[in-house]
Write a protein that binds this ligand. Structure first.
Ligand code: BGC
Length: 569
């Protein structure tokens, strides 16, 4: 995920809420970890899977860091059983996964083909999770649209996606809904729209600035509503599950709390981010502020209608109330100030908002460029959701931090600090009355990070991508998160401190073992070289044959010389 370019805010000391050290615990709560199909499964063209827009995108040069692809990624397709062992080790209550649409419908169109091997793969995965008492939370769309739908119809630019996706969702409900009780229609539709159709940094890579993202989002919201109604009408009474959507948002904090302009700009930031999708679902329409700003700029640009599409009266009431729970993905915060952008710069989602994003250089920023650790922003965002959308049931579907290191570094103290801070702020929000019932660390494994390839690692488990079988190694945060789960939060500061120490001890031992293993590998390689028949042969050549031949040559030349001299005399 990439946020709009943020500038560093120098020389101002903020530290809002940072000193609030109270620790909390919670009860009746579900703790979990997450992953997604394209980022981990690999097997991109195996067992009848069709290509997705991400396969097509990554196979083009220049789209992804180092031209990396997720063709094999973590080999998750072949390692379900191993990964379930990791989940058992963590003792999580739930595991968030996604289904790859083209793995079960290669062209995306149900009447054309359903891939039984794909269905079997997800059936086996779900069954194994349940056998191990882990609740599956299943996302239907984590960005891997079947490529055929992109080529034939332009993907989310086209309204026909509604019925193709609805067919796909119904097939999933039919095949898996007897066992899956938590469904998420879309993961982070903001990124699908903004990065797929505005900036083009993500698949399908279209740069339709100021227009494409609004159109894609409009179709996604309608599709979500359609699927919720399908479940409600056809499956809910039999299956007794829930259908939600997972929305991503950073928190926007006004730089100057006494400036009305900054306060409004910060509110606008969150409305253009979270409200863009949440408002139609909870209140029946786009946020007023979005309608006003995009409408105003569109007029200034000489357009007859707003670039932000409109919902009809019937559509508004059809969409309103279509989420049994809100999935929330949250990673970071921005400071916001008001700034006017002239409409003459041309259509742009970013300029439509009339604001600037800033960051405090003191915020920890261990991995991804956009990801600063600002735990207090989480509590504010959760309270915002409570007041804006009528205190909905919330499951946190993604929260976590990355690192940039390429070599094995298992002592991830920055992740421990991040998790401690963010989970604690979530627990405070629960104490404020926000209805959060589950939390998911993003993510179980290091994996393919979209246009950043493998350069950013979000995993609790390190994956060695250089080895064919992609071995997983626990980072220290595994042990730390495990203790949070078993205590249902943070019982008291002293105990939490000891968790930290214990976690770091485990990782330094594992680090040493791995280092020793690496040493052993190096030693073994040297030995292999020595005992290698080829090496021995080479040694013979250099140490015995060459000097012998050399000496013989000199001897023969000397004899010849003597012979010639005698003859001459
Ligand atoms: C996406 C994840 C991604 C994460 C970090 C989230 O919005 O859903 O797939 O790994 O951002 O970039």
């Amino acid at each position: 995920m990439v946020l709009g370019g943020a500038m560093l805010l120098q020389g101002i000391s903020f530290g809002r809420d940072e000193k609030n050290e109270a620790l909390w615990t919670t009860h009746g709560f579900s703790w979990g970890v997450g992953s997604s199909a394209y980022q981990t499964e690999g097997a991109w063209d195996k067992d009848g899977k069709g290509p997705s827009i991400w396969d097509a995108f990554t196979h083009k040069k220049g789209k992804v860091f180092m031209n990396e692809t997720a063709d094999s990624s973590c080999e998750g397709y072949y390692k379900v059983k191993d990964d379930i062992q990791l989940l058992k080790e963590l003792k999580v209550n739930h595991y968030l996964i996604s289904i790859s649409w083209p793995r079960i419908m290669p062209t995306g169109i149900k009447k054309e083909q359903v891939n039984e091997k794909g269905i079997k793969f997800y059936n086996d995965t779900i069954n194994s999770l349940l056998e191990n008492k882990i609740i599956p939370i299943v996302t239907l769309y984590h960005w891997d649209l079947p490529q055929v739908l992109q080529e034939k119809y332009g993907g989310w630019q086209n309204i026909s996606m509604i019925s193709y996706f609805n067919d796909y969702a119904n097939l999933c409900f039919e095949k898996f809904g007897d066992r899956v009780k938590y469904w998420i229609t879309f993961n982070n539709p903001w990124a699908v729209a903004e990065e797929g159709y505005e900036t083009g940094e993500h698949a399908p890579g279209l740069k339709l600035s100021g227009i494409g993202a609004y159109k894609a989002a409009h179709h996604i919201i309608k599709t979500h509503a359609k699927v919720w109604h399908s479940y409600n009408k056809t499956w809910r009474s039999k299956q007794q599950g829930m259908v939600g959507i997972s929305l991503t948002s950073a928190w926007g904090e006004p730089v100057d709390l006494t400036s009305q302009k900054d306060i409004e700009a910060a509110e606008r930031y969150v409305q253009f981010y979270l409200g863009w999708f949440a408002n139609p679902i909870y209140s029946g329409d786009y946020p007023e502020v979005m309608k006003n700003y995009v409408g105003k700029k569109s007029v200034q640009q000489g357009l007859g209608t707003s670039r932000l599409p409109t919902f009809s009266v019937q559509e508004k009431s059809y969409i309103k109330g279509t989420s049994d729970f809100l999935g929330l993905s949250h990673f970071t915060t921005r400071y916001i100030i008001q700034k006017n952008y002239s409409a003459l710069r041309g259509p742009s989602y970013h300029n439509d908002r009339d604001l600037v994003e800033l960051v405090d250089p003191k915020w920890p920023n261990p991995g991804s460029k956009w990801l600063y650790s600002v735990p207090w922003g989480f509590r504010r965002l959760l309270n915002f959701i409570k007041t804006q959308y009528g205190n909905p049931l919330i499951y946190v579907t993604e929260n976590g931090v990355s690192e940039k290191l390429q070599c094995i570094q298992l002592c991830d103290e920055w992740r421990i600090e991040y998790l401690k801070g963010y989970i604690n702020e979530m627990l405070k929000a629960i104490n404020d009355g926000v209805n959060v019932k589950g939390y998911t660390v993003w993510s179980l494994l290091d994996k393919f990070e979209w246009n950043k390839g493998y350069s950013e690692r979000f995993g609790l488990y390190h994956v060695d991508f250089k080895k064919g079988n992609k071995p997983r190694y626990p980072k220290a945060s595994v042990h730390y998160y495990k203790m949070i789960i078993s205590a249902n939060g943070f019982p008291n500061p002293r105990e939490v401190k000891s968790w930290h120490q214990k976690a770091i001890e485990t990782c330094s031992i594992t680090n040493q073992l791995l280092a020793a293993e690496e040493q052993r590998n190096i030693a073994a390689n040297i030995l292999r070289l020595i005992h290698d028949p080829l090496t021995t042969h080479m040694e013979m050549v250099t140490e015995i044959v060459v000097p012998t031949v050399f000496t013989l040559c000199i001897l023969i030349s000397a004899i010849l010389l003597m012979f010639l001299l005698r003859k001459h005399n």
